[in-house]
Design a protein around this ligand. Sequence first.
Ligand SMILES: [Zn+2]
Length: 95
Amino acid sequence: MSKKKKEIKDKPLDMKHLDIALKCSQIYKIINEANLDLSKLRDECDHPKTYIGDYQTHYGHIIENATICFVCNELLNTVSKTPLSLYTNEYTFKI
Ligand SMILES: [Zn+2]
């Protein structure tokens, strides 16, 4: 690490940025707890009703024609637009 970067890292934070760091930490904790709760609910769900739609896994990454649970919005599987001859898995279409 260069000397300049080390000096920046060792620079003490002012109250404004200590407050921002604390609030960010609290928000990340809430997000982690919400994700855990969501995961538990999705494990409980039997996915009794589904729909086909586009599913965004993270910003800018969309899975088209995904099977999604209507109740818990879990991504269940995908059907790609790949040509039929390239399918080798459970999503193979029968003609
Ligand atoms: Zn579900």
